[in-house]
Design a binder for this molecule. Structure first.
Ligand code: URA
Ligand code: SF4
Length: 184
Protein backbone atom coordinates (compact mmCIF):
# COMPACT_ATOMS: atom_id res chain seq x y z
CA UNK A 1 0.00 0.00 0.00
CA UNK A 2 2.69 2.52 1.00
CA UNK A 3 5.65 2.43 -1.35
CA UNK A 4 8.27 4.17 0.75
CA UNK A 5 9.10 5.79 4.08
CA UNK A 6 8.13 9.26 2.98
CA UNK A 7 4.61 8.19 1.99
CA UNK A 8 3.87 6.33 5.19
CA UNK A 9 5.41 8.91 7.49
CA UNK A 10 3.59 11.73 5.74
CA UNK A 11 0.23 9.93 5.94
CA UNK A 12 0.76 9.03 9.58
CA UNK A 13 1.83 12.51 10.65
CA UNK A 14 -1.32 14.00 9.11
CA UNK A 15 -3.62 11.23 10.27
CA UNK A 16 -6.98 11.77 11.92
CA UNK A 17 -8.42 8.31 11.43
CA UNK A 18 -9.21 7.77 15.10
CA UNK A 19 -10.15 9.81 18.17
CA UNK A 20 -6.58 9.80 19.47
CA UNK A 21 -5.81 12.60 17.01
CA UNK A 22 -7.87 15.00 19.13
CA UNK A 23 -5.57 15.35 22.13
CA UNK A 24 -2.15 14.55 20.74
CA UNK A 25 0.58 17.17 20.63
CA UNK A 26 2.73 15.16 18.23
CA UNK A 27 2.37 12.00 16.22
CA UNK A 28 5.04 9.57 17.42
CA UNK A 29 5.92 7.71 14.25
CA UNK A 30 9.01 5.70 15.14
CA UNK A 31 12.77 6.05 15.39
CA UNK A 32 15.95 4.16 14.72
CA UNK A 33 17.70 2.20 12.04
CA UNK A 34 15.43 1.70 9.05
CA UNK A 35 17.42 -1.39 8.09
CA UNK A 36 17.46 -2.82 11.61
CA UNK A 37 17.56 -6.54 12.23
CA UNK A 38 15.56 -6.04 15.40
CA UNK A 39 12.38 -4.00 15.76
CA UNK A 40 10.72 -3.13 19.08
CA UNK A 41 6.99 -2.49 19.29
CA UNK A 42 5.45 -0.83 22.35
CA UNK A 43 1.94 0.21 23.13
CA UNK A 44 1.54 3.91 22.49
CA UNK A 45 3.17 7.23 23.33
CA UNK A 46 3.09 8.55 26.90
CA UNK A 47 3.30 12.18 27.99
CA UNK A 48 7.04 12.66 27.26
CA UNK A 49 6.79 10.92 23.91
CA UNK A 50 3.78 13.06 22.97
CA UNK A 51 5.75 16.23 23.72
CA UNK A 52 8.94 15.15 21.93
CA UNK A 53 7.43 13.11 19.10
CA UNK A 54 9.89 10.27 19.80
CA UNK A 55 9.04 6.82 21.22
CA UNK A 56 10.37 5.62 24.58
CA UNK A 57 12.04 8.79 25.81
CA UNK A 58 10.32 8.87 29.23
CA UNK A 59 11.06 6.79 32.33
CA UNK A 60 10.21 3.46 30.69
CA UNK A 61 12.42 4.34 27.73
CA UNK A 62 15.32 5.27 29.98
CA UNK A 63 15.07 1.93 31.71
CA UNK A 64 15.00 0.21 28.34
CA UNK A 65 18.12 2.14 27.26
CA UNK A 66 19.95 0.96 30.38
CA UNK A 67 19.01 -2.64 29.69
CA UNK A 68 20.17 -2.22 26.07
CA UNK A 69 23.52 -0.90 27.27
CA UNK A 70 23.90 -3.84 29.61
CA UNK A 71 23.76 -6.32 26.74
CA UNK A 72 25.63 -4.21 24.19
CA UNK A 73 22.58 -3.39 22.07
CA UNK A 74 22.49 0.17 20.78
CA UNK A 75 19.29 2.14 20.36
CA UNK A 76 20.64 3.27 16.99
CA UNK A 77 20.91 -0.35 15.85
CA UNK A 78 17.22 -1.10 16.32
CA UNK A 79 13.96 0.40 15.13
CA UNK A 80 11.43 1.39 17.79
CA UNK A 81 7.76 2.19 17.39
CA UNK A 82 4.32 1.57 18.91
CA UNK A 83 0.96 0.01 18.11
CA UNK A 84 -0.73 3.44 18.12
CA UNK A 85 1.13 6.56 17.11
CA UNK A 86 -0.86 9.10 19.15
CA UNK A 87 -1.02 9.27 22.93
CA UNK A 88 -4.14 7.75 24.52
CA UNK A 89 -5.54 10.20 27.11
CA UNK A 90 -4.18 9.55 30.62
CA UNK A 91 -2.07 6.72 29.16
CA UNK A 92 -5.04 4.38 29.00
CA UNK A 93 -4.69 1.31 26.79
CA UNK A 94 -5.52 1.92 23.15
CA UNK A 95 -9.02 0.71 22.24
CA UNK A 96 -9.39 -2.04 19.67
CA UNK A 97 -10.77 0.30 16.99
CA UNK A 98 -7.89 2.75 17.55
CA UNK A 99 -5.30 0.00 17.15
CA UNK A 100 -7.13 -1.25 14.05
CA UNK A 101 -7.16 2.23 12.54
CA UNK A 102 -3.44 2.66 13.18
CA UNK A 103 -2.12 -0.78 12.27
CA UNK A 104 -1.61 0.07 8.59
CA UNK A 105 1.30 2.33 9.54
CA UNK A 106 2.93 -0.36 11.63
CA UNK A 107 2.42 -2.93 8.88
CA UNK A 108 4.10 -0.58 6.42
CA UNK A 109 6.98 0.04 8.85
CA UNK A 110 7.49 -3.71 9.30
CA UNK A 111 7.55 -4.23 5.51
CA UNK A 112 10.03 -1.39 5.01
CA UNK A 113 12.37 -2.32 7.86
CA UNK A 114 12.03 -6.03 7.07
CA UNK A 115 13.52 -7.09 10.43
CA UNK A 116 14.61 -10.62 11.33
CA UNK A 117 13.28 -10.21 14.85
CA UNK A 118 10.33 -8.32 16.35
CA UNK A 119 10.17 -7.74 20.09
CA UNK A 120 6.69 -7.16 21.47
CA UNK A 121 6.79 -4.98 24.57
CA UNK A 122 3.87 -5.90 26.77
CA UNK A 123 0.36 -7.18 26.44
CA UNK A 124 -1.07 -4.57 24.05
CA UNK A 125 1.64 -5.22 21.45
CA UNK A 126 1.32 -8.97 21.99
CA UNK A 127 -2.44 -9.08 21.53
CA UNK A 128 -2.47 -6.78 18.52
CA UNK A 129 0.28 -8.65 16.70
CA UNK A 130 -0.16 -12.31 17.68
CA UNK A 131 -3.81 -12.37 18.80
CA UNK A 132 -6.04 -11.53 21.76
CA UNK A 133 -5.82 -15.07 23.09
CA UNK A 134 -2.19 -14.56 24.17
CA UNK A 135 -1.22 -13.43 27.68
CA UNK A 136 2.09 -11.73 28.39
CA UNK A 137 3.05 -13.74 31.48
CA UNK A 138 2.68 -17.07 29.69
CA UNK A 139 4.08 -15.89 26.34
CA UNK A 140 7.09 -13.81 27.35
CA UNK A 141 10.48 -15.25 26.57
CA UNK A 142 9.04 -17.67 23.99
CA UNK A 143 9.80 -17.47 20.30
CA UNK A 144 6.95 -17.22 17.84
CA UNK A 145 7.06 -16.79 14.09
CA UNK A 146 4.83 -14.78 11.77
CA UNK A 147 5.33 -14.06 8.06
CA UNK A 148 8.89 -15.41 8.36
CA UNK A 149 9.80 -13.02 11.19
CA UNK A 150 10.88 -14.30 14.59
CA UNK A 151 8.81 -12.73 17.33
CA UNK A 152 9.66 -12.49 21.01
CA UNK A 153 7.14 -11.07 23.49
CA UNK A 154 8.51 -9.62 26.71
CA UNK A 155 7.33 -7.38 29.52
CA UNK A 156 6.72 -3.72 28.85
CA UNK A 157 9.49 -1.66 30.48
CA UNK A 158 6.80 0.34 32.36
CA UNK A 159 5.81 -2.93 34.05
CA UNK A 160 9.36 -3.22 35.39
CA UNK A 161 9.01 0.20 36.99
CA UNK A 162 5.93 -1.06 38.84
CA UNK A 163 7.35 -4.47 39.72
CA UNK A 164 11.08 -4.94 40.26
CA UNK A 165 10.88 -8.73 40.16
CA UNK A 166 10.11 -8.58 36.43
CA UNK A 167 13.47 -6.96 35.60
CA UNK A 168 15.36 -10.22 35.57
CA UNK A 169 12.96 -11.69 32.97
CA UNK A 170 13.23 -8.63 30.77
CA UNK A 171 17.00 -8.89 30.97
CA UNK A 172 16.90 -12.60 30.11
CA UNK A 173 14.67 -11.89 27.13
CA UNK A 174 16.98 -9.18 25.82
CA UNK A 175 19.87 -11.64 26.04
CA UNK A 176 17.85 -14.12 23.95
CA UNK A 177 17.46 -11.40 21.35
CA UNK A 178 21.17 -10.66 21.31
CA UNK A 179 22.01 -14.35 20.95
CA UNK A 180 19.46 -14.92 18.20
CA UNK A 181 20.72 -11.83 16.37
CA UNK A 182 24.23 -13.25 16.41
CA UNK A 183 22.95 -16.59 15.03
CA UNK A 184 21.24 -14.98 12.04
N1 URA B 1 5.29 3.33 26.45
C1 URA B 1 5.07 2.84 25.21
O1 URA B 1 4.42 1.84 25.03
N2 URA B 1 5.61 3.49 24.19
C2 URA B 1 6.33 4.59 24.31
O2 URA B 1 6.78 5.12 23.30
C3 URA B 1 6.55 5.08 25.62
C4 URA B 1 6.02 4.43 26.68
FE1 SF4 C 1 -4.13 8.06 13.12
FE2 SF4 C 1 -2.95 6.19 14.59
FE3 SF4 C 1 -3.07 8.69 15.47
FE4 SF4 C 1 -5.28 7.22 15.39
S1 SF4 C 1 -3.47 6.81 16.66
S2 SF4 C 1 -5.07 9.34 14.69
S3 SF4 C 1 -4.94 6.01 13.53
S4 SF4 C 1 -1.95 7.97 13.67
Amino acid sequence: MYENWEEVEDACKNCNKCRLCNERKNVVFGIGNKNAKVMFIGEGPGADEDIQGIPFVGKAGQLMNKAFEGIGLKRDDVYITNIVKCRPPKNRNPERDEAEACIEYLEAQIKLVNPDIIVLLGSVALKNILGIEYGITASRGKWFEKDGIKILPTFHPAALLRDDTKKIYFWQDLKKIRNKKEEI
